[in-house]
Design a protein around this ligand. Structure first.
Ligand code: ADP
Ligand code: MG
Length: 660
């Protein structure tokens, strides 16, 4: 019995052509996709020498009949599509019929498989593209593919392979991606000495993230529960005419980081379309837009975004490695992604954490948080990195993942035995008891663990997301820097400087949009000396500066005179503000869009004009500030991404006093 067929030439010619076997990870990608397409729910990958010596993928999928096991190695042989039309409606990961022959051409390959319809299994051996042996064998089911000595017959290509640890990094990244996209299946990746990934089936992506990346990352993430929108279907992209068909459902879910999490590159942004991990500029743009004014322009969030839509709406036949897609209605998808992410970001609680005294010794306020983020960045596991940039060192033996410092929760053996929260310790005086399901305690490294000495950092609940409240009553200030306020929900602490910064930032942006930023003429012009680089930048942004309330004129060879500055800025701050803007923009100026430039200027102006710390405020002023903050679009983070508000919920207060 045979289900594989060779595509007619006319169809084969329509398939994006190109070499897909580049390195061990690209082989594993193709084999994993085949296993997933075969319905396997248990996939094991073993590698030796970073996959250069051996890659083995074992699955428990449907397997192949004797005839198919041979046909599979013909070019353009596939069971997944038949006609050119099928190319527009691909529901499987594979469809090109090229992977197995391409891999077999450059390695020593052994395939063992059996289809349920046949009593015996088949073993096929191919060396450098030549069939060496076909035998029948007893085989329980599923498929094993073993690929040895990659590029043994093409030494020139072999030379391009990187160090074992680099190749292993790519493999780890790849298996992690697939494991993230398929939480209901189990995945294992092991080298001779290490088990790098081992995850058993779980219910959802949240649990899968915990298995792969640990509780610490999860704590920094906000979950987007599935959002569905109906997409009107037009007969052709760009056309306004509906073709009479029903709108189709598009679903998005996933995880995005809180504003205080800042990454220096895009490597922690993952995007999956119909469970296929893809790189997509459109969605990257949508994510950046969603974080506009929440994160500074030069940093990136962590995001895992899953999108599901009918296969006919996505063209996967764009690139031979199938890592790029084209949406039929890209505008809709872009806006849908942007809005869903933005909305969740806006309604998430404006709070990060409320450290109790003992824990606070280690991390004091915002500095502590920043240190933590820096630490997390430094400890970012290779799994999370695009291995192009940095490669992991060789994993130490005994470690389950190549990550050091990241918690490696031992993978539960059964889905049912899985618990997301840290074990609940007996309540102690002075320790806030936990909410179920919330990782609450952190050890100094930040991992969620039971607290041994009672030093605890209660994390705030994410549930029942609410807006920043309008009814806060200020009680006073701590150190003339933090406003303490209450309402029926509990106790709130607001950082007055960043709160005001947020208010001013949004106001400045509004005024700029309406072209109404007012400059204030300085009594005496401020003379500023500029370095050549600063001068160059000034020349490039002169117009935008003018629109932001500056009047800066050449004064001498190296000096300029600031005659007018944005209205809220005190004269003694004017010089620093200008220099900060020039320095921040720096040499990468040319790459910035006008919008990013405007954001940077608004953020700098807001920062310099805002109420400072160590400044006493009277009650009216505090009330005013809280009210204005509540009116902002994004009250939970300053334009630089720092948190503005901490909250100590009434429920936690009651529990701490044992009044539950
Ligand atoms: P494609 O996946 O694009 O169809 P491949 O060369 O990867 O092309 O595989 C050729 C065919 O071999 C597939 O269409 C499928 O029918 C079969 N096949 C490959 N791997 C497996 C597997 N692990 N289990 C069952 N069938 C498989
Ligand atoms: Mg395939």
């Amino acid at each position: 019995m045979s289900i594989i067929h060779i595509l007619p030439e006319a169809v084969a010619n329509k398939i994006a052509a190109g070499e897909v076997v580049e390195r061990p990870a690209s082989i594993v990608k193709e084999l994993l996709e085949n296993s997933l397409d075969a319905g396997a729910d248990r996939i094991e990958v073993s590698v030796e020498a970073g996959g250069k010596r051996l890659v083995r993928v074992e699955d428990n999928g449907c397997g192949m009949s004797h005839d198919d096991a041979l046909l599979a190695f013909e070019r353009h042989a596939t069971s997944k599509i038949r006609s050119a039309e099928d190319l527009f409606d691909v529901a499987t990961l594979g469809f090109r019929g090229e992977a197995l022959p391409s891999i077999a051409a450059v390695s020593r390959l052994v395939l063992q498989t059996r289809h349920a319809s046949e009593p015996a299994g088949t073993k096929v051996e191919i060396v450098g593209g030549k069939l060496r042996d076909v035998v029948e064998l007893a085989w329980p089911g599923g498929t094993h593919v073993e690929v040895r000595d990659l590029f043994f017959n093409t030494p020139a290509r072999r030379k391009f392979l990187k160090a074992e640890s680099t190749e292993l990094g790519h493999l780890a990244t790849l298996v992690t991606h697939y494991a993230l996209a398929h939480p209901e299946r189990s995945f294992r990746l092991a080298s001779l000495t290490n088990e790098i990934v081992n995850v058993s089936p779980v219910r959802d992506s949240r649990q899968r993230i915990y298995q792969l990346m640990g509780g610490q990352l999860l704590e920094q993430l906000i979950e987007i529960t599935p959002v569905e929108r109906r997409m009107p279907v037009y007969s052709s992209a760009g056309s306004e005419e509906q073709d009479g068909s029903e709108p189709v459902p598009v679903r998005l879910w996933g995880f995005i980081s809180r504003p205080e999490v800042q990454k220096l590159n895009r490597n922690s942004i993952y995007f999956f379309v119909n469970r296929r991990q893809v790189r997509d500029r459109l969605i990257l743009h949508a994510i950046t837009e969603a974080y506009r004014n929440v994160l500074p322009p030069s940093v990136f969030p962590v995001a895992l975004i899953f999108l599901e839509l009918p296969p006919a709406e996505v063209d996967v036949n764009v690139h031979p490695s199938k890592t790029e897609v084209r949406f039929r209605h890209s505008g809709f998808i872009h806006d849908f992604a942007r809005d869903s992410i933005r909305q969740r970001l806006m309604t998430s609680r404006p709070v990060a954490a409320f450290p109790l005294p003992k824990a606070a010794e280690q991390r004091s306020g915002i500095e502590g948080d920043e240190a933590e983020v820096a630490e997390a960045l430094a400890e970012e596991p290779p799994l999370l990195r695009g291995a192009e940039e940095r490669s992991p060192g060789p994993p130490r033996s005994g470690e389950h993942r190549p990550a050091s410092g990241w918690r490696s929760p031992s993978a539960p053996t059964e889905a049912t035995g899985f618990r997301l929260s840290a074990p609940r310790p007996a309540p102690r005086p002075g320790v806030l008891p936990l909410e179920d399901g919330e990782p609450i305690f952190r050890d100094p490294a930040g991992a969620a663990v039971p607290s041994p000495g009672g030093a605890a950092v209660p994390r705030l609940e994410e549930a029942g997301a609410s807006e920043f409240p309008m009814d806060l009553k200020p009680l006073g200030q701590v150190e003339d820097s933090f406003i303490v306020a209450t309402n029926t929900e509990g106790l709130w602490i607001v950082d007055q400087h960043v709160a005001h910064e947020r208010v001013l930032f949004e106001r400045h942006q509004r005024l700029r949009r309406e072209k109404k930023v007012e400059g204030q003429r300085l009594l005496l012009p401020v003379i500023v000396e500029l370095k050549p680089e600063q001068q160059a930048t000034l020349g490039q942004i002169a117009e935008e500066l003018a629109a932001n309330g500056f009047d800066v004129e050449p004064f001498g060879q190296r000096t300029v005179a600031i005659k007018t500055a944005p209205a809220d800025i005190a004269p003694q701050d004017v010089q620093r503000l200008l220099l900060e803007i020039l320095d921040e923009l720096g040499p990468e100026m040319r790459a910035l869009s006008l919008e990013v430039l405007r954001n940077k200027i608004s953020a700098s102006v807001a920062c310099h004009a805002a109420i400072k710390v160590n400044m006493p405020l009277d009650r009216n002023r505090m009330e005013w500030l809280l009210r204005e903050l509540a009116r902002t679009e994004c009250p939970m983070a300053c334009p630089h991404g720092r948190p503005i508000v901490l909250k100590y919920g009434l429920k936690d207060i009651r529990k701490a006093f044992k009044r539950t």
